[in-house]
Write a protein that binds this ligand. Structure first.
Ligand SMILES: [Zn+2]
Length: 123
């Protein structure tokens, strides 16, 4: 089971709700304030020092990152992004190899990949 990422406290009622993802939080606030609530609202709530609408204190739990296992290399990594399943761009690209037909294109892509490797692994 995944750890929870976000905690929202209703400072009027004392109610506390936890969410595993930003999407969960977005859906919860949609349930209260309607469809005008978007993911960007939740991101704004997380950045705000003051309570949202004077009611909701929304914060990350811990460092606010989810620990995941990379779908490609199996390494554990931390992310704030709901959708991220790979530890790095290198793993994402290796998991979905580009389908290349011609030898010429293959050579060109290899050249490019080699050239860009230091940038792709840089943190
Ligand atoms: Zn990986």
């Amino acid at each position: 089971m995944e750890q929870n990422l976000i905690i929202a406290k209703n400072i009027k009622t004392g109610e506390v709700v936890e969410f595993a993802t930003q999407k969960e939080a977005t859906d919860y606030f949609k349930g209260i304030y309607g469809d005008k609530i978007r993911n960007s609202n939740v991101v704004a709530m997380l950045k705000q020092k003051t309570a949202y609408k004077g009611i909701w204190e929304v914060n990350y739990i811990g460092d606010g990152k989810i620990t995941r296992t990379c779908k490609h290399c199996g390494k554990k990594f931390k992310t704030r992004r709901d959708q991220q399943v790979f530890c790095s761009n290198v793993c994402r690209e290796d998991y979905h190899p580009v389908k290349i037909q011609g030898a010429k294109e293959k050579e060109l892509i290899h050249k490019l990949v080699t050239m860009l490797a230091p940038y792709r692994t840089a943190k």
